[in-house]
Design a protein around this ligand. Structure first.
Ligand SMILES: C[S@@+](CC[C@H](N)C(=O)[O-])C[C@H]1O[C@@H](n2cnc3c(N)ncnc32)[C@H](O)[C@@H]1O
Length: 487
């Protein structure tokens, strides 16, 4: 979602963050699993990285419009709200800095100084994030944009920045977290979130809390942002309007409830402990979001997009089912372990997520399910030359992707799946200058290169051809010089 901050209330600041209810004191432990270990968020945030990639076109479009609206300012303050620990926050910042850099070059303008503010709750492992600044700087070493990175601990349901100081607000995968567990969930027994069998009162309680929190968020940002500022917000939503209680059988919180039940049956956890644990989380529909933004009144929605994830777990192959189960368990563990430990203690966690992995694998036939794995690869070629068209042509043994001509700053994306034998190989040609005679031919993608499915980038610059591949955080490296050999 993108909002354009059109006008602001001049009232005093809002009272700020909701008091985190003592009845559900575990909520104050909310953060993602820190560090860089096997169960950390940093290691298990591929899903969120995919969400960043999906939102990229909207982010880029809005940065360009912002630069125009602000008439190429000398200084820009950007906030990433709910940055968490690990590389993802720098992915977003890289995108913002690169877009500004290329756009200023295109319009022959001096780039602004950029103030990059990384926000999260005080429990967040900022150290793991800040340790990555080094590789972030390497990745952006050719950028002419001067930028400065700082951390801003605090809740985005409270004031974080001075009045009228922010130009661009970005937040990805954070706003579905509520400030507290809603009141009135007592009848929603043995379930950590809304399920198909929840009473309607549970849905109403969650919706009411989301309305309060999101309204507070918008009001506070409207105080902090300049007029004509932009916000790009990505969060988990749902697309079923008819039945607000519907969450499919494989919904991650439904499977977490089932896994907790298993531990109750095994006598490892008491039923009353499960009955007093609810996720401070809500997945609104598009209509609910639109209504809140409209009622709050400070922002205008420019784009509102819903994206579905591929149903990759509908897998009939037994060995792959078990792998999908483990994958999903580790992703859900990375986002929920601190909350679960605060309420149930450490001792049950391994067993709980063993159960969770088993339940995922048992639901391999389930349709309409959010999944962690979208098995498509993406090859991206970009023109970062000075004022020249870049000609590109890629092909594999089976696919000729044709000729394309990219203007400065433009990218061409190709999506494909690895073949069954994992022997996919793409070659690309890049050409530039008079008659495109300054050129290079290179191996652009091999199945065996990538540890994860993801993105492979090739960037044509004046001094050569640069390469980067997921996982992000790896620096952009120059792989080839240009030459004059015939193609
Ligand atoms: C799933 S992570 C997403 C992190 C990152 N933006 C990404 O795309 O990978 C959500 C983050 O939002 C943070 N968060 C949740 N509620 C918050 C709040 N009220 N204020 C600030 N951060 C919050 C969590 O601590 C967590 O680090």
């Amino acid at each position: 979602m993108t909002c354009r901050c059109d006008y602001k209330t001049e009232n005093e600041s809002s009272s700020g963050d909701e008091e985190r209810s003592s009845k559900y004191s575990f909520v104050s432990a909310l953060c993602m699993s820190g560090g860089e270990g096997a169960n950390s968020y940093s290691t298990n945030s591929l899903l969120q990285r995919r969400a960043l990639a999906k939102a990229k076109p909207v982010l880029v479009k809005n940065i360009k419009e912002l630069m125009m609206d602000l008439n190429f300012p000398k200084y820009i303050k950007v906030a990433d709200l709910g940055c968490s620990s690990g590389q993802n926050t720098f992915l977003a910042m890289s995108e913002i800095i690169n877009t500004i850099n290329v756009f200023c070059q295109k319009w022959n303008q001096n780039p602004p100084e950029i103030d990059c503010c990384l926000n999260d709750l005080p429990n967040n492992d900022f150290n793991t994030t800040f340790k990555l600044i080094h590789s972030f700087k390497e990745k952006n070493f050719t950028s002419k944009v001067p930028y400065f990175v700082s951390g801003v601990p605090g809740s985005f349901y409270s004031r974080l920045f001075p009045r009228k100081s922010l130009h661009l607000v970005h937040s990805s995968y954070g706003l579905h977290w509520l400030s507290k567990v809603p009141e009135g969930l007592e009848k929603n027994k043995m379930s950590v979130y809304i399920t198909a069998s929840s009473p309607l009162s549970a849905y109403k309680a969650y919706l009411k809390q989301f309305q309060r929190d999101f309204t507070t968020f918008l009001k506070l940002r409207s105080e902090e942002m300049v007029s004509n500022g932009r916000m790009v917000l990505t969060f988990i939503g749902r697309n079923n309007m008819d039945n607000p209680l519907h969450r499919d059988c494989c919904h991650f919180w439904t499977l977490l409830s089932k896994s907790l039940h298993d531990l109750v049956i095994e006598g490892l956890v008491s039923a009353s402990m499960v009955d007093s644990f609810y996720m401070p989380f809500y997945d609104p529909s598009k209509e609910e979001v639109k209504e809140i933004v409209g009622k709050e009144g400070s922002f205008e929605i420019k784009d509102l997009e819903a994206h579905e994830y591929d149903l990759g777990h509908c897998n009939q192959d037994q060995s792959k089912r078990s792998k999908s189960g483990q994958n999903e368990a580790v992703y859900i563990r990375a986002v929920s372990e601190p909350l679960l430990v605060a309420h149930f203690g450490n001792a049950i966690i391994n067993r709980l997520f063993g159960k969770f992995a088993h339940h995922v694998s048992q639901h391999a036939g389930c349709r309409n399910k959010t999944t962690i794995v979208d098995e498509k690869e993406t090859l991206v070629l970009t023109n970062e030359l000075n004022n020249k068209i870049l000609a590109i042509h890629c092909k594999s043994k089976d696919d000729d992707l044709g000729d394309h001509y990219l203007a400065v700053g433009q990218s061409q994306e190709y999506k494909f799946r690895d073949n069954l034998w994992h022997t996919t190989l793409f070659w690309c040609h890049m050409g530039q200058g008079p008659d495109y005679k300054i050129q290079q031919v290179f191996e652009a993608y091999r199945s065996t290169w990538s540890k994860y499915v993801g993105y492979t980038y090739w960037i044509g610059r004046e001094d050569g051809i640069y390469f980067r591949q997921d996982p992000h955080g790896l620096p952009l490296v120059k792989r080839y010089d240009w030459n004059l050999t015939a193609y």
